[in-house]
Design a protein around this ligand. Structure first.
Ligand code: 1GP
Length: 236
């Protein structure tokens, strides 16, 4: 099985939709028809089987690829194009790195579509984010700390994706660039605080893939402007 040829290797721009948040048909239509490379479904809390199935079936009316970030075993829903399993790398609480995941694998390991499933090594870098509080993440990493985590994720664990997560806040692009310059196999995802075309461009210059979340719900036009902005940034 060749993980490195995965579907997401060509993805530059993603919209992230939260099953626990309301979105109108009109807004969803605009997002799915925006030209984004894919939709990723996920959230830090309130994600259930029912609200995930509901959102997936609405996105499925469109051709856009759709991936699920499986953050709780109850919300593992079949029918997505790809599955990401988050492993939080910058926490002392092992349950978020491999504990809950192993509990889920005990039950569902034999049913997982492995060829469409990838681990995502998360670095949660905004201490105010819900995910940081939930997982007790050590979010204040300096350049040396990020470097060590990238060695761990990319060289030792050989994870296919490293997700630099600043959810709710625009992050330190120098750290993101550093991560991208270091990786040998992983793809660097960046998400957090992208709410206009300029920030989308800056993030697309720093990371392989940029993820736009909150602004979808707050300012649809601004969200849509990020698609075009990312498309015009050449991948280095
Ligand atoms: C959240 O990284 C994503 O998991 C996107 O962040 O919601 O701040 O855009 P925002």
């Amino acid at each position: 099985m060749e993980l490195q040829s995965a579907i997401f290797n060509e993805w530059r721009h993603l919209f992230k939709l939260d099953p626990d948040r309301e979105i109108s048909d009109e807004r969803l239509d605009a997002i799915c028809m925006s030209g984004t490379d894919a939709i990723i479904v996920g959230g830090s809390s309130g994600v259930t089987f029912d609200n995930t199935v509901d959102l997936m079936s609405r996105i499925r009316r469109y051709e856009v690829p759709c991936a699920l970030e499986v953050s709780s075993e109850e919300a593992a829903v079949p029918g997505f194009d790809h599955y990401f399993i988050p492993l939080v790398l910058n926490t002392d609480k092992a349950e978020w790195l491999a504990g809950r995941q192993i509990q889920a694998l005990r039950k569902f390991g034999a049913f997982i579509p492995w060829e469409n499933t990838s681990a995502e090594g998360y670095l949660i870098l905004n201490g105010d984010a819900e995910a940081a509080k939930l997982t007790s993440a050590t979010s204040s990493l300096d350049a040396e700390g990020v470097t060590a985590h990238i060695y761990m994720a990319d060289r030792l664990m050989r994870l296919p994706v490293i997700y630099m997560e600043y959810s709710g806040k625009f992050g330190d692009m120098e750290l993101v660039k550093r991560a991208k310059s270091m990786v040998t196999g992983a793809r660097v995802f960046y998400g957090g605080g992208i709410d206009n075309a300029d920030k989308a461009r800056a993030a697309a210059n720093a990371a392989h893939t940029v993820i736009v979340g909150n602004i979808i719900y707050d300012d649809l036009e601004a969200a849509l402007s990020t698609v075009e902005a990312v498309r015009h940034v050449q991948q280095q």
